[in-house]
Design a protein around this ligand. Structure first.
Ligand SMILES: NC(=O)c1ccc[n+]([C@@H]2O[C@H](COP(=O)([O-])OP(=O)(O)OC[C@H]3O[C@@H](n4cnc5c(N)ncnc54)[C@H](O)[C@@H]3O)[C@@H](O)[C@H]2O)c1
Length: 381
């Protein structure tokens, strides 16, 4: 096992003006486990070549589209041709592109929401399993050291028996578009053909759901959702509140909104137990607060030797040096590379394909619950 071997990586999507492309490129570099070789960064090949040049890549490895890329890369020598594809396009392209990558024998990093439907996600899960390929879903927040500390402390029983989950993801950026029809037309996330059946829950609610399951280690079994499209001429949800119930009966609430005016990227997770609670907020990602009934509140920070191993392995800098989104994504890339190399325990350090399936089942259950008039819906295991 040569864990220091840099795995050749290709991108589809993630062009120069994309939101998430730069985060993935930075993450791949920071991880020191991947080498970006090329990509189909957008649909215009001359722009893709210019982008490759700007990144210091061989412009011959900038392609017009995914099919051309997979065919050309398959002709290159082993060790040079890409082994992992990161799928960073709008949502409707995830399923066909991941399918093509798996058929070509590649491992895949895919953005969320994984697919447009749960049945597509299950199909990809089956293909990956049959082909012995690995898939990482880019739930970036699970890469933060203090989110990992939270998972480890809950698993170790530090807050006792769990009794309440409160997950929140509030943004305000779609508010302006709700009051401007022309602006609404320009946002692919509001277009069912490109976004899928949900805007807010597919885009950000699914991150909150993933955080609830990742930090607690529990399965959300049932949901009761009240989603809102806000305007009669807007097809997809932009806000929603959902009650959660885990398989073992813990109650919770998940709030997600893109019309929470003035909010930026307000991701928060709080878990309450019989002896205490743990709270984390993306606006202060280096702080994990431990609330206790019988003692003053305690603050955990990254990089400390007394942190859990899962958190320690997510910090590359000494305590007090800020780490952000790219470093969190790099932790997913690092865990994924280790898993490909067969390092024991690596699977806990990135969200696998099961997280993609769970996310799609959650989205479908919340939509069904809300449409049925806010009734409880099961999320199948
Ligand atoms: N993990 C996170 O926190 C996070 C954050 C933002 C976005 N995302 C997800 O990342 C994905 C992309 O979102 P974004 O905000 O970067 O979108 P974007 O619109 O900013 O960028 C999309 C990119 O895909 C390219 N593209 C479109 N069609 C293509 C095709 N057929 N072939 C190749 N490239 C193509 C575009 O040229 C562009 O570069 C979405 O699924 C989104 O949900 C995840």
């Amino acid at each position: 096992m040569n864990v220091s071997r840099r795995i050749p990586l290709g991108l589809v999507g993630g062009g120069p003006r994309s939101l998430i492309g730069g985060v993935h490129r930075a993450a791949a570099a920071l991880s020191e486990r991947f080498e970006l070789k090329g990509g189909a960064f957008g649909t215009d090949v001359s722009r893709n070549r210019a982008h490759a040049r700007a990144l210091g890549l061989d412009p011959e490895r900038a392609y017009a589209g995914l099919d051309e890329m997979l065919a050309a890369e398959s002709r290159l020598a082993e060790g040079e041709r890409i082994e992992v594809l990161a799928v960073l396009t709008p949502n409707h392209l995830h399923y066909p592109m991941v399918l093509r990558a798996l058929e070509s024998g590649l491992h895949v990093i895919c953005e969320k929401p994984f697919t447009m439907t749960a049945s597509e996600a299950l199909e990809l899960e089956r293909r990956a399993r049959d082909g012995g390929r690995k898939v990482c879903i880019a739930h970036t927040y699970t890469g933060y050291p203090m989110v990992r500390q939270m998972r480890a402390m809950i698993a170790a029983g530090e807050i006792g028996a769990l009794q309440k989950i409160d997950a929140q993801y509030y943004q305000g950026w779609i508010n302006a578009a709700m009051h401007d029809a022309a602006m609404r037309q320009s946002i692919w996330r509001l277009d069912p053909a490109r976004s899928g059946p949900s805007c807010c829950y597919g885009d950000i609610g699914v991150h909150a759901f993933n955080l609830a399951e990742y930090t607690t280690g529990l399965r959300i079994a049932r949901v009761l959702a009240d989603l809102d499209t806000f305007r009669p001429d807007n097809a997809l949800d932009v806000d929603g509140t959902t009650l959660l119930r885990t398989a073992c009966g813990v109650h919770g609430v998940l709030r997600a909104s893109q019309i929470a005016t003035g909010e930026e990227n307000g991701v928060q997770i709080a878990v309450y137990g019989s002896r205490g609670a743990l709270k984390w907020s993306h606006e202060t990602p280096a702080i994990l607060t431990h609330l206790r009934e019988d003692a003053p509140r305690q603050v955990f920070t990254p990089g400390q030797r007394f942190n859990a191993e899962l958190a320690r392995t997510a910090s590359q800098l000494p305590p007090g040096h800020p780490q952000g989104l790219a470093e969190a994504m790099a932790n997913l890339y690092r865990g994924f590379a280790d898993a490909i190399h067969g390092v024991p325990g690596a699977e806990e350090r990135f969200p696998g394909i099961e997280a993609g399936v769970r996310g799609m089942r959650f989205i479908e259950a919340t939509l069904a619950s809300s449409r049925a008039g806010q009734t409880w819906m099961e999320i199948s295991a």
